[in-house]
Design a protein around this ligand. Structure first.
Ligand code: NI
Length: 275
């Protein structure tokens, strides 16, 4: 990768792409700034397939070249995902959460659809860090292909049409002054007319596990599938995280798998508002 891309430039480009897909993120960000808050990102998250040239292992070198270091791996058995958390070179920069779908655990028809998509990727695109906001690197799937994937993995269906870009940015509640609890922040977000992902409760995690998280429900936009069918689909969402110090007084740096498991559902086609 070109070494001339600073981390600030990297996240500025990533943010521009993300807010174009996620207008609610700009609204929340701007409302908090108007409230006098300074926004610091706790982490950003990416999704990918463990097939073709854009596996986690293919994308990780871009993070390492930007100064990131591996923290620890995570496994999400029910959602058929594995992931790594990465620490930034400076404490005021976002952590990164990179997950990939374990394609082998899907049915043969679903794997065939994914192989068809990733088979279209130009491997040269993977060589630049810009691949992390490249979006879809294959032709648009059909509605039928999308539904086949969605029946087995909402993550796979989402990735098939949205492609590679920030799935979410995450505001660090630790750095907010007025909205210094998750509930205060969620109330402010709801005052903008936006919905919170209630799957597993509005707030996932607890001070006991050293991390509390919450998120909006993903924005939605009309999408034209191959063949011309237009359907409204979920794009990306905004997340909020509050970290607590461990017994030694050090701020917890990891991710909590049980909480992330429910946060993934923020992009489900039919999110469960009642959960
Ligand atoms: Ni997250």
């Amino acid at each position: 990768m070109p070494s001339d891309m600073s981390l600030e430039q990297f996240f500025a480009r990533l943010w521009d792409d993300y807010t174009a897909m996620t207008p609610q993120a700009s609204r929340i960000h701007d409302a908090l700034v108007a409230d006098g808050e300074t926004i610091v990102n706790d982490h950003v998250a990416f999704r990918t397939f463990d097939r073709g040239p854009l596996r986690l292992a293919d994308l990780e070198p871009h993070l390492l070249a930007l100064g990131y270091t591996r923290l620890e791996p995570y496994d999400f058995e029910a959602k058929k995902l594995r992931a790594w958390g990465y620490l930034p070179p400076r404490a005021d920069q976002p952590r990164v959460f990179l997950s990939e779908l374990k394609c082998r655990e899907l049915s043969a028809p679903a794997q065939e659809i994914i192989d068809e998509l990733v088979g279209q990727i130009d491997p040269a695109r993977i060589a630049s860090p810009e691949v992390l906001w490249a979006g879809r690197l294959w032709e648009t799937p059909t509605w039928g292909e999308y539904r086949t994937l969605a029946e087995e993995s909402e993550y796979a269906a989402w990735l098939s049409i949205i492609g590679l870009r920030a799935n979410h940015f995450t505001i660090s509640v630790n750095h907010l002054r007025r909205h210094d609890s998750l509930e205060k922040l969620l109330a402010r977000v709801e005052s903008l007319g936006l919905s919170i992902n209630a799957s597993g409760g509005r707030i996932k995690g607890s001070p006991e596990v050293l991390l509390e998280q919450a998120s909006t429900l993903a924005d939605r936009m009309p999408f034209t599938f191959s063949g011309g069918r237009v359907e409204e689909i979920p794009t990306c969402y905004y997340e909020f995280a509050r970290r607590y110090p461990d017994a030694e007084g050090r701020l917890y740096q990891g991710f909590v798998a049980a909480s992330a498991d429910r946060i993934f559902e923020s992009t489900d086609a039919r999110p469960d508002h009642a959960g």
